[in-house]
Design a protein around this ligand. Structure first.
Ligand code: CTP
Length: 208
């Protein structure tokens, strides 16, 4: 299969020295890319700013903002079979980005934001897999995302649960399908979860 993976956070600059972002480290997406490559698939990894080395056999494209990620993911997805979106894309960006550093004396105590594009929803690909990071039971939200973004399945996790979330090497997730079915998985390493995701995608592709 030709697989595209998005990973990491995005940065949305307000001026040359300030940005909005989130604590994503990219570990889950890099694990999916590594696992897909090791299973013989052709992999493009579209990565936000992270400090991880590129897995063997993976072509990596570095991006900064959500709009960069959309452009590069769209390009990579041409002719691809599977898109796995693990990136923690910033949903909003500052309405303007100043060319020069903003001085606090002249700044207002609020920032006007505008919506960013939804990479996973916008990019066309035969088989799409999303993630749903929630604080609390993620299944209901995951079913909504699965239907709205026309996904094969969503990997849902509660980022506040122990062993899950940003920066850790493990995850406790559930595979959630558009018909409301949920397969709850035990606590496992991100690499093992990555293998489960790639195997599930292989099975889906085999039914096409
Ligand atoms: N996603 C994306 N582009 C965005 C936002 C999200 O590609 N601008 C993808 C993520 O990579 C993930 C999925 O969509 O696979 C769900 O992301 P999440 O932030 O959990 O959900 P949202 O769609 O942003 O919805 P909400 O804010 O309502 O939770």
């Amino acid at each position: 299969m030709k697989v595209v993976v998005t990973a990491g956070p995005t940065r949305e600059f307000l001026d040359p020295v300030r940005f909005l972002s989130n604590p994503s480290t990219g570990k889950m997406g890099f694990a999916v890319a590594a696992e897909a490559a090791s299973r013989g698939h052709e992999v493009v990894l579209v990565a936000g700013p992270v400090s991880l080395s590129t897995p063997k056999g993976v072509r990596r494209v570095d991006v900064v903002s959500a709009r960069d990620m959309l452009r590069e993911t769209r390009r990579a997805a041409k002719g691809a079979d599977v898109l796995v979106a693990t990136a923690a894309v910033a949903d909003w960006r500052p309405a303007t980005c100043a060319k020069r550093k903003l001085k606090k004396a002249g700044m207002k105590p609020f920032i006007r934001l505008v919506r960013n594009p939804d990479v996973l929803k916008t990019v066309r690909c035969p088989l799409k897999v999303g993630f749903a990071a929630e604080t609390g039971d993620p299944v209901v939200e995951a079913v909504r995302k699965c239907r709205e973004k026309k996904l094969a399945f969503v990997v849902a996790n509660d980022v506040t649960a122990s062993g899950a979330g940003f920066g850790v090497d493990t995850n406790r997730a559930a595979f959630v399908f558009a018909d409301g079915r949920a397969e709850r998985l035990p606590l496992m390493s991100k690499r093992t979860l990555a293998r489960r995701i790639v195997v599930a995608a292989e099975r889906f592709m085999a039914t096409f």
